[in-house]
Design a protein. Structure first.
Lengths: 434, 175
């Protein structure tokens, strides 16, 4: 194994992009969830902290950090403390195998253009505003009881650093304008940038392998809490996730049959382009059209896999208090919260990748350059956000099922439907329709 | 160099956690330790250039079978009871047998792996190669195993079938 500096740098960039996306899913989607539920229930939702309540997530985070961390006396201490980590690791690592944009060849030199200037100015303005907001939030919570000196210093340093970065960005802009064009540093020029962290030959299996470990966080938490409600939540979660994993995995078999490999980049490349119906209508060549049954099965099973309403039996608050995380408080509870939203984000990205063409922009052949990269990245984010929004939408629309109905639905409806999807795809492939 | 570092780290994890499975008194901890051991074993498969096997190892063993084990252990809520030694002869035979087995395995492993290091073997293990060999060369064992599993499923269904005491009372369970 040899070290290739440009390769390592590009991988670090990819990890940075994916991690920042994954970590920002939770605050952003908690806000969307709360405002969205307000919208659906005809009430305002959180609107006090920041414009439209946008800073609410930061306030929630501050609250979580300041709360006391309780461990029940009867709990199995080691497993109780490890369980939130078990829950979080699969949620974070799974997105390593999801391609998030069209790959492009990095040019050898980059010359100044007005778009770069606008981007740099916009970045400076955004950083300045965020810095001011961070300082305001710090001073607001600093006055509260329980705020530690450390928290205040972290807030202040973040705020001042972000404000200071604004003139720095403008300085880079001025220097860039005078220089005209710059060679790509660190020898990354001429490399092909494939926007996926782990482009392995087992792509989709890697995702299923990691996400199948997600159940341990819930099961361990429920058992280690030494609380009967937690225990019931854990038992329900493991039974439910095993049952729906089957339908989830089988519904992707059609996609893999059509693609011929397990590599997720190939799955997306194959879906770019169009299907032409009756020589007249052309629709994007996304897998959701020929494999509509598999798509729906995967979509519904994803609700069960992420323990969201109408299948949130692991924490059903009307029946078993809060299920597996009844005894958890402070940041450990927040970790379960984050893991749930990250799992939602990953499975939405997977839905988009497998059935909606991933980063494919419909009716447009993305060029393999930076513009194509950006456009496809935006398309990927739009599709993922759509599925994420449906999670919120369904939560406030469909009531919780009965537990035996969930099991019946999984084994007697979705499993046969997933098998039917395989049969249909197997018939369509020799006909040349896919 | 890097591979050796990864190998020895995960080999140590696998062995330590396998030992925990046997030694630890709490069955839930044992089950979780076995999951960690399986996961480290999957890393070995990746190092052997068999990522497909690694993924299957995690999906099947860590993700499905061990979840079921954990599920059952949690449901039974096994309490640990210290049993007095009642059968000394059996215990002696068990320990001797296990020790003899371990010594034999270590002897042959050292003989095969350390003393006679063979050259690299041509080895393909992607999904296609495995699928083709399973459905062409090994189709008969494959189908035989599926019939065996089907028999197991039918057997489980018959064993778990609740015979209603009251005739005509329709069961309203989740079966």
């Amino acid at each position: 194994m040899s070290f290739d500096t440009p390769d390592i740098l590009l991988n670090l960039v990819k990890i940075g992009i994916v991690l920042s996306l994954v970590l920002s899913v939770t605050p952003v989607w908690v806000w969307v969830e709360r405002r969205g539920s307000g919208l659906i229930q005809d009430r305002p939702g959180p609107n006090r902290i920041g414009p439209l309540g946008l800073i609410q997530a930061m306030a929630d985070a501050a609250k979580f950090i300041l709360k006391e961390d309780l461990v029940p006396a009867q709990a199995h201490k080691v497993l109780y403390n490890l369980a939130p980590i078990f829950g979080l690791i699969p949620a974070v690592t799974t997105c390593a195998a999801v391609p998030f944009a069209r790959g492009f060849t990095i040019p050898e030199t980059i010359s100044y253009s007005s778009i770069i200037g606008i981007l740099l100015v916009a970045g400076a303005v955004v950083n300045f505003i965020l810095g001011v907001v961070a300082l305001r939030v710090t001073s607001h919570f600093g006055a509260m009881a329980g705020a530690t000196q450390l928290n205040q210093w972290v807030g202040k340093i973040t705020g001042f650093a972000m404000i200071a970065s604004a003139p720095l960005l403008l300085g880079i802009l001025a220097w860039f304008r005078s220089a005209g064009s710059v060679a790509m540093p660190f020898g990354i020029g001429g490399r092909f940038f494939e926007p996926i962290i782990a482009d392995t030959s087992i792509g989709i299996l890697l995702i299923f392998a990691l996400s199948s470990l997600g159940v341990y966080g819930l099961a361990t938490a429920g058992w280690a809490s030494a609380n009967k409600y937690s225990m019931i939540g854990a038992v329900r979660a493991s039974a439910q996730m095993i049952s729906y994993e089957l339908a989830l995995t089988l519904s992707t078999v059609g996609v893999l049959m059509a693609t011929g490999t397990l590599r997720l980049t190939d799955v997306v490349y194959r879906q770019s382009g169009t299907f032409v119906l009756f020589d007249t209508i052309s629709i994007p060549a996304w897998n959701m059209f020929p494999m509509i049954i598999g798509f729906i099965v995967f979509w519904v099973a994803s609700f069960a896999e992420t323990n969201r309403l109408p299948f949130d039996f692991a924490e059903a608050e009307a029946e078993i208090v809060a299920g597996y995380h009844t005894e958890y408080s402070s940041m450990k509870f927040a970790l379960f919260f984050m893991a749930e939203y990250m799992a939602m984000g990953t499975i939405s990205a997977l839905l988009a990748t497998l059935f909606l063409g991933g980063w494919d922009v419909p009716y447009w052949n993305e060029p393999a350059n930076f513009v194509g990269f950006l456009a496809s990245f935006v398309a990927f984010l739009v599709k993922t956000s759509f599925f994420l929004f449906v999670f919120v939408w369904v939560r406030w629309t469909v009531p919780r099922l009965k537990y035996d109905l969930l099991m019946k639905l999984g084994w007697k409806v979705f499993l046969p439907l997933a098998l039917l999807n395989i049969v249909i795809v197997a018939l369509l492939i020799p006909l040349g329709w896919i | 160099m890097f591979e050796y570092l990864i190998f020895f780290t995960f080999a140590a994890i696998a062995v330590i956690f396998a030992a925990i499975v046997v030694i630890h008194r709490n069955p839930v901890v044992s089950a979780l330790a076995l999951v960690v051991s399986f996961f480290s074993l999957a890393v070995m498969y990746v190092l052997l250039d068999a990522p497909f096997m690694a993924a299957l190892q995690v999906i099947v063993y860590a993700g499905a079978i061990m979840v079921l084990f954990l599920f059952v252990i949690m449901l039974l809520n096994l309490a640990h009871t210290e049993e007095p030694i009642t059968r000394p002869i059996q215990q002696f035979l068990g320990i001797t047998g296990a020790a003899g087995f371990a010594i034999t395995i270590i002897y042959y492993l050292l003989k095969a792996a350390v003393l006679h290091t063979g050259g690299p073997v041509e080895f393909v293990s992607d999904a296609r190669a495995i699928g083709v060999s399973m459905f062409e060369a090994y189709i008969f064992p494959f189908e035989a195993v599926s019939i065996l599993l089907l028999a197991a499923i039918v057997g489980a269904l018959i064993l778990s079938q609740r015979t209603s005491a009251i005739p005509g009372a329709k069961e309203n369970g989740s079966r």
